[in-house]
Design a protein around this ligand. Structure first.
Ligand SMILES: Nc1ncnc2c1ncn2[C@@H]1O[C@H](COP(=O)(O)OP(=O)(O)OP(=O)(O)O)[C@@H](O)[C@H]1O
Ligand SMILES: [Mg+2]
Length: 526
């Protein structure tokens, strides 16, 4: 460890204190922060082999051990254990007083326990130890070595160390608070997980809210019957998950679960997909193809977004339900099928019936058992549960160990989730990738959600605008016209304390876009 240039410079003291204050209050990783502070003390002020000793739990012997250090070997760290009152360090811990040993070779009480004398410079070495307080109680000791001969008055070192010890005490407090809160959340989470061991959970359906539980129970009641089920619910509420659960819980689980998304496949192709075709039925039909209805025979046919099925096909579907037979396209033979239909729609099918977009007779056939899947915003505490569930899942996927603090969970709960569970899942993934600390906090959640709102507004306005009577004046453009872009970017950076990723999120930009604009507009990140 080299000795730094002799300095009485108040600036370098301020540097250490400012750095320390910032590290302690802003960084979640206290371990690293304290090590960096000890490193600064050594490099800027020659206060070497800094160590922070803390009490071990509720030990009746009041043992203190080295918890953080800089410039000590792991052997030395292990040896640095003192009972209250033992040696100089133990004395400081017991009395809460400061100890200054000007020459360790002359002090009887100095034990030379952690660091052997021959490791230290062959000249007069001093030892300074100050208490770390928690309120009025001494919880530990901050101690350093320095060369006796340095011109810097001891009093300045002591003052500096006292300030640093206060900051470290503060940091430990914050850490304990966070740990307590995290432990609290974890135990609550565990409680919820235990409660969640319900039947729905076995099928990946997470949620404890009464509305969801009711839907799950109804699904289980209807599953073993052969009735057709119509699942209605907003986009992303879990309709497909329910459809699969109904299949698995039914007597048909040995058969296939076959699904077709009527909104994703052009109507011209749906017919041959559903019914299959005979060889030569049309150009390109080089061999016979079995349709999905035949494949689903003995199992379950899931007709997703049934509201998008055109009227001609609705008539054909109705025929299948009534006669329990199909004909392949280009064929004449009736083929018996035994299917149970679970259909789903995010549109209100009753309204479609009123608008003559959907056949009433087919609606009745499909809607033998209506099941409404609640929107996430109607599902009370489920947001927390699902957020934790998706966090665990993503942690596994990305090999991370992120946690939410309680502000983060509160912010997630306040949000309306127009895209429901799917949106929540995506947001959690994004949070995990954007957070630069292990604790996902409320600020980051709010930034990410602010960005969500703008894209959702865009969607809802586009939809709005196609409705009769909506004047173009109702529509607020998504990208607002920025008159003071420089000011806006600077303000965003200031609010996010220079964190570009967060600033970018709050502006609805990607970090790359922000960097590009900053270069273009010659904005410095100060
Ligand atoms: N209760 C739930 N527990 C756990 N995951 C869920 C739950 N509900 C939905 N999901 C997950 O959310 C995503 C969306 O679910 P799903 O595709 O079933 O919704 P959907 O209602 O069919 O949506 P859309 O109408 O957009 O097709 C899936 O990844 C699904 O696994
Ligand atoms: Mg779906």
């Amino acid at each position: 460890m080299g000795e730094p240039a002799e300095s009485f410079n108040i600036d370098s003291e301020l540097t250490v204190v400012q750095e320390a204050a910032q590290l302690i209050t802003e960084d979640v990783d206290l371990d690293q922060s304290i090590r960096r502070i000890l490193r600064l003390l050594s490099h800027l002020h020659g206060l070497n082999r800094g160590r922070v000793l803390l009490a071990e739990g509720n030990d009746p012997k009041k043992l203190i051990t080295i918890r953080y250090s800089y410039g000590l070997t792991s052997e030395e760290i292990k040896k640095g254990r003192y009972v209250a009152g033992e040696g100089v360090t133990g004395y400081v811990y017991k009395t809460g007083k400061i100890a200054l040993v000007q020459d360790i070779d002359e002090e009887e009480k100095y034990l030379t326990r952690a660091v052997f004398r021959n490791v230290l410079p062959n000249e007069m070495v001093a030892y300074i130890a100050v208490p770390i307080f928690w309120g009025k109680k001494t919880i530990g000791v901050l101690a350093v070595h320095r060369l006796r001969k340095r011109k810097r008055p001891f009093q300045r070192d002591i003052t500096l160390l006292k300030v640093i010890a206060t900051l470290i005490g503060q940091g430990l407090r914050i850490e304990e608070m966070v740990a307590a809160r995290t432990a609290d959340l974890e135990s609550k989470n565990q409680l919820l997980i235990n409660k969640m061991e319900s039947r729905g959970a076995a099928h990946g359906i997470i949620g404890q809210s009464p509305l969801l539980q009711e839907a799950v129970q109804q699904a289980f009641l209807v599953a073993p019957t052969n009735t057709n089920v119509l699942l209605q619910g907003e986009s992303g509420t879990g309709k497909e998950l329910f459809a699969r659960m109904i299949h698995i819980a039914s007597a048909r689980s040995g058969g296939a679960f076959v699904s077709i998304n009527c909104a994703a496949i052009p109507n011209s192709l749906i017919e041959s997909e559903l019914f299959g075709y005979e060889r030569g039925a049309f150009t390109g039909a080089v061999s016979t193809k079995i349709g999905r209805m035949e494949l689903a025979s003995g199992g379950t046919l899931f007709l997703d977004e049934i509201g998008d099925l055109e009227l001609a096909l609705q008539a054909k579907l109705l025929r299948v339900i009534e006669y329990k037979t199909i004909q392949r396209v280009g064929g004449t033979k009736d083929i018996a099928v035994d299917i149970r239909i679970v259909s789903a729609s995010h549109k209100n099918l009753q309204l479609a019936v009123q608008d003559s977009q959907f056949r009433l007779d087919l609606f009745y056939r499909l809607n033998v058992f209506p099941l409404r899947i609640p929107a996430l915003r109607e599902r009370g505490g489920d947001i927390r549960l699902l957020a934790q569930h998706f966090l665990n899942k993503s942690n596994g996927e990305f090999s991370k160990e992120m946690k939410f603090n309680s502000d983060a969970l509160a912010a997630l709960e306040r949000y309306a989730w127009p895209g429901n569970v799917r949106q929540l899942e995506n947001v959690i993934k994004r949070l995990l990738l954007l957070s630069d600390s292990r604790l996902i906090d409320g600020h980051l959640v709010e930034d990410v959600l602010a960005h969500e709102i703008s894209s959702e507004t865009l969607i809802s306005h586009t939809v709005h605008n196609t409705e009769p009577g909506a004047s173009p004046g109702d529509v607020r453009p998504y990208m607002k016209v920025v008159s003071d872009e420089v000011g806006e970017i600077q303000e965003a950076l200031r609010r996010q304390r220079g964190n570009k990723t967060r600033a970018a999120m709050s502006l609805g930009l990607t970090p790359r876009q922000l960097t590009y604009r900053m270069i273009k507009l010659k904005i410095k990140n100060e």
